[in-house]
Write a protein that binds this ligand. Structure first.
Ligand code: ZN
Length: 243
């Protein structure tokens, strides 16, 4: 079987403007996410906002089995025409993994049909502890994990989260401040699959974490196209032999 083709998309603006982010991700958040996926044997390419067509040309999208999406400060700069193309590819079966502040991206809100709103807290430069509990141990995205894992330094996201009821909820996070959050959630959209995964604030080394890398790799395998029947509109003739 040929390798799953992953495109790691990153806004890439914090890394250009913020020294604290540069010190954690000197070559960009996308490079560290891609590094983790290459180690799993996926065929990985990268694309960023400031490339022509945000690096998501028709050819790139056609050759992408799973797209990962990290954005934060420039959601509004993403061209609606590109969002439309990504949306169509998801409906056709391309997997989409939306990371952290991507909860406010055009593509996520469009696929969900909801606000994506949530409560958040940046608690000083060290953030706070996040404990991610596995709530569906049978789900392929939880493969190889313990009952929970922790990230010592993260930003807090709290409920209520403006998403539709997930088709499967794989993780719920607890934060040292006391909040909980649906931090790993799956949806089906026509032939496509969407996974939202919460951790990944730009000033913390979250994408170097072995458990986070395992989750993203598992999510790529889960979200990859399955070649099910196409969802089309067509006039279906009456099968006369059955009448
Ligand atoms: Zn953040």
């Amino acid at each position: 079987m040929s390798a799953i083709r992953v495109t790691v998309w990153n806004e890439g603006r914090h890394e250009k403007k913020n020294k604290a982010v540069q010190s954690v991700y000197p070559n960009g958040i996308h490079e560290v996410i891609a590094e983790g996926l290459r180690a799993e044997g996926f065929a990985v390419r990268m694309a960023t906002l400031d490339e022509p067509e945000h690096g998501l040309t028709d050819a790139v999208l056609a050759e992408t089995d799973v797209l990962t999406w990290w954005g934060h400060m420039a959601h509004g700069d993403v061209d609606d025409a590109i969002v439309e193309k990504v949306h169509q590819r998801v409906l056709e079966g391309m997997g989409l993994i939306v990371l952290h502040s991507g909860h406010f991206s055009k593509i996520f809100k469009r696929l969900m049909g909801t606000s994506g709103n949530l409560m958040w807290r940046e608690h000083g430069t060290a953030g706070e502890k996040e404990r991610l509990w596995v709530t569906n141990p049978a789900h392929p995205i939880a493969a190889g994990l313990e009952t929970y894992f922790e990230l010592p330094n993260e930003e807090m996201y709290g409920e209520p989260f403006g998403i539709p009821e997930p088709d499967s909820l794989v993780f719920v996070s607890w934060f040292a401040g006391g909040e909980v959050f649906r931090s790993g959630a799956c949806w089906y959209r026509d032939q496509g699959k969407v996974f939202y995964f919460r951790p990944g604030h730009e000033t913390f080394p979250t994408y170097y974490d072995a458990n986070v890398r395992r989750v993203i790799a598992n999510a790529v395998r889960w979200a990859a196209p399955t070649n099910g029947p196409r969802v089309i509109v067509a006039n279906r003739p009456v099968p006369l032999e059955n009448i």
